[in-house]
Design a protein around this ligand. Structure first.
Ligand code: ADP
Length: 249
């Protein structure tokens, strides 16, 4: 069998804040098609690592390679244009637009990021159809004409997922997608991520080990900024250090 393509790779990625090492020499590889979970206790450096990937923060040392190109010193917009898109945490939806309008707005923003002469994708009809299809993908068809502000929390998260998918991400970064959710929403959003992961690559920060165990292909465990375990889920979940810290055994 062919080895899976590595789309994102960090080498020795490090971020120091006034001498405090928040991310410490992280080597990480994300394979195309995987759901890759990044886990670790509070303060482990997960958010900082995401901020380095999206260029929200410059690294102190180390490199980020995407599809063979060194993107370490690229600006955030350039990296976003490559299709590395972060969802959640920074809410991308407008509360006083309807659910459908929000997805259409995201599709329009995406078309606006590159220069074209007329393309059929820009027709209102096409946008509308695309928006409806995306809502279907995240099981929100029945909510299309609701004001976003009125959506239940879990459904809002699903809408954020749809607006992220509208940007046609090559690599989706999900920041604690089930944070603050009740049991029912957690399982719905988990299934949704599983569903939309078909044909996509996802790197997600997730605290809930039930979620990680049910959908992650690979996991990387961070502790005090450094990787303590990394690999296929089945392997890492048997690592005694990881079991002690996360599996409650
Ligand atoms: P996690 O997302 O895993 O909870 P963070 O990446 O948020 O961890 O934080 C890692 C460490 O870096 C924490 O100790 C945090 O206090 C510190 N840190 C994060 N951002 C800054 C900053 N801008 N200045 C100083 N310290 C920071």
């Amino acid at each position: 069998a062919l080895a899976a393509e590595i789309i994102l790779e960090t080498k020795g990625l490090t971020k120091e804040f006034k001498g405090f090492v928040a991310v410490n020499g992280v080597d990480l590889q994300v394979r195309r098609g995987d759901i890759h979970a990044l886990i670790g206790p509070n303060g482990a450096g997960k958010t900082t690592f995401f901020n380095l990937l999206t260029k929200f923060l410059p690294p102190t040392r180390g490199t980020i390679t995407y599809l063979g190109s060194d993107i370490t010193n690229e600006r955030p917009a350039q990296t976003a244009r490559r299709g590395i898109v972060r969802s959640f945490q920074i809410s991308a939806v407008f509360p006083h637009m309807t659910v459908l309008e929000n997805v259409r707005a995201a599709l329009q923003r995406n078309l606006g990021t590159s220069f074209h002469f007329w393309k059929p994708e820009r027709s209102l009809f096409h946008l509308h159809e695309r928006a409806r299809a995306l809502l279907g993908e995240v099981d929100l068809s029945a909510f299309a004409d609701e004001l976003t502000v009125n959506l239940p929390y879990g459904r809002k998260r699903a809408l954020e997922l749809a607006t992220t998918m509208a940007l046609e991400p090559d690599l989706m970064l999900l920041d604690e997608p089930t944070q603050g959710m009740g049991h029912e929403d957690v399982s719905r959003v988990t299934q949704l991520i599983k569903k939309v992961s078909a044909g996509r690559t996802i790197l997600m920060v997730e605290h809930n080990m039930n979620v990680v165990s049910s959908i992650a292909d690979r996991i990387t465990v961070l502790q005090r900024g450094a990787v303590i375990a990394d690999g296929p889920y089945a392997e890492v979940s048997r690592n005694p250090q990881v079991i002690e810290a996360y599996m409650g055994a």
